[in-house]
Design a protein around this ligand. Structure first.
Ligand code: ZN
Ligand code: ZN
Ligand code: ZN
Length: 90
């Protein structure tokens, strides 16, 4: 795995997306999003920073869960909010 700068990789859990169809928080609000991110700490699905509500970033600020994986079909990279590195699974 590239991204050995990140010290949180052992925290990656086998998570089930809480809401496979969209951002957990936007669905609750009845709002919309642009791209989706999956929290690898708890399965929260949040919207990206291009979305109006930026729930993925808010989720990190509220919970401290550092690792967010892209929840887009063609993408599997992981972003660490703490180390600010992009991790590419092999
Ligand atoms: Zn990290
Ligand atoms: Zn959202
Ligand atoms: Zn989380």
């Amino acid at each position: 795995m590239v991204g050995s700068e990140c010290t949180h990789l052992e925290q990656i859990a086998e998570v089930e997306p809480q809401t496979p169809t969209g951002c957990t928080a936007c669905l609750a609000l009845g709002d919309t999003w642009v791209h989706l991110r999956l929290c690898l700490g708890c399965g929260f699905v949040g919207c990206c920073d291009s979305s109006p509500n930026q729930h993925a970033t808010h989720h990190f600020e509220e919970t401290g869960h550092p690792l967010m994986q892209s929840f887009e079909r063609a993408e599997d990279w992981i972003w660490c909010y703490v180390d600010k590195v992009l991790i590419k699974p092999a």
